[in-house]
Design a protein around this ligand. Structure first.
Ligand code: DC
Length: 221
């Protein structure tokens, strides 16, 4: 493995739509390069969860800001926050610029902590860490993502309707890509990884090739 130089702030930014495999890829890369890991989606989910818990409407911006200020990155509980309804709600509170500013500041502080980090989300390469050392944009067709989600639900004994899952995914994509503040889009200098016909292992190897290439050039310079 090519070592990451001992300096603060080495950052790998991973963006892409829900269900493209970026979370798994981020975890594999963080383990491999021994970097900190932040799933920034959990920060938006934590805000949404706080509002849902208090039965507050998701468009209550001042309550969302308060919840955002209270988000503690060390205490994000994936088990609680991973519910599908929380993800939907997160996509709604994520449209508020003031909420985003509060969370982005926390995410940037995290990225700066040595030895650096892998962050995954929607706006990491474009807004949170525009100077990231590596930017990846991980995508897959909506149909493939819906199939994966259906398989995931069925693997734990659940049942779901493919057409409904697909409609859900398309709606979420539209909201995340269509919002005015920090919409989901690839950074101009991002490496695109389409996982539609690629297993996660192949995506991991492709990402490593890109990263090792950058590290090799840097170590030579
Ligand atoms: O990645 P996820 O499904 O956990 O994200 C939930 C929602 O949070 C997503 O639909 C949009 C929002 N989000 C965002 O706006 N910016 C990020 N960096 C991460 C997530």
């Amino acid at each position: 493995m090519i070592a990451i130089a001992e300096r603060a702030g080495f950052t790998i930014a991973i963006d892409g739509p829900a269900g493209a495999g970026k979370g798994t890829l981020a975890r594999r890369l963080a383990d491999h390069y021994r970097l900190n890991l932040l799933d920034t989606g959990l920060t938006y989910r934590a805000v949404a969860y706080a509002l849902l818990q208090h039965a507050l409407p998701l468009d209550n911006v001042s309550a969302a800001e308060t919840a955002a200020r209270q988000v503690d990155l060390a205490k994000l509980d994936r088990a609680v926050l991973s519910a599908h309804a929380v993800g939907e709600a997160a996509s709604k509170v994520a449209v508020f610029p003031t909420v985003r500013r509060i969370l982005v500041e926390k995410q940037r502080d995290f990225a700066k902590t040595p030895p650096g980090a892998v962050l995954d989300g929607r706006d990491i390469g474009t807004v949170v860490c525009p100077d990231a050392d590596i930017k990846l944009y991980v995508t897959a067709s909506a149909e493939v993502r819906a199939k994966r989600r259906l398989a995931e639900i069925e693997s734990i004994g659940g049942t779901a309707n493919f057409a409904e899952i697909l409609a859900d995914i398309v709606r979420r994509d539209e909201r995340d890509m269509g919002r005015a503040d920090s919409p989901l889009k690839p950074a101009a200098d991002a490496h695109l990884l389409d996982t539609s016909e690629m297993a996660i292992e192949a995506a991991f190897l492709a990402a490593r090739t890109v990263i090792d290439d950058v590290l090799a050039k840097r170590n030579k310079a």
